[in-house]
Write a protein that binds this ligand. Sequence first.
Ligand code: MG
Ligand code: MG
Length: 236
Amino acid sequence: MRTAGRMVAEVLETLREKVRPGVTTLELDCLAEECCHRWNARPAFKGYGGFPFTICASPNDRVVHGFANKDPLSDGDIVSIDFGLIFDGYYGDSAVTIPVGQIDSETDHLLDVTRDSLIAGIEAAQVDAHLTDISNAVQSLAESEGFSIVREFVGHGIGRQLHEEPQIPNYGSPGRGPKLKQGMTFAIEPMVNVGSPKVKVLEDGWTAVTVDGKRSAHFEHTIAITHNGPEVMTRL
Ligand code: MG
Ligand code: MG
């Protein structure tokens, strides 16, 4: 999983370097797929439940599971890119929200807070903590900054499958769910909205958007629980 996670991180860093006004998410999708082929890894999302792309590309009010397309990104946009792969039987899964050119200060704050809420969730993932300590840490941080947490999509166990038990909501009371043990591996992935937490899915059956059209950010890491604290496997 460390190897798979490192590959995921390398791909997302490669995509981040390409993001600028004028680039299309379809170009980013092709690049991610090329990286997988080069490393004998297989994209995790393409074909998953019929999902048609290697990355999920979700600009601005898109929350998650957006389709790559030929629309050029514009200065001031943000784009959430979620990417996973399988290598040697194990999955890695990670997401980042990337600014396109110069973004406004509220959007910049949204990105900082979403990233910080992921970090807070990761720090709560300690041996003998409870699963929902992660959920509560994520929610507390995001809401303390006046943003809202998406309820419909959650983090998850990960390993030999992309999505394993348990589900990890990004909200809720602490102290519930299973106790965390050394060797458990999770994908923690807060989705944070500027406005309403409510989302709807578009007619393509996949793309989730905010109901109020305001922006949403998404950060995700694959981690392992260890006696030395959480180990982030999808960070360079
Ligand atoms: Mg993901
Ligand atoms: Mg995930």
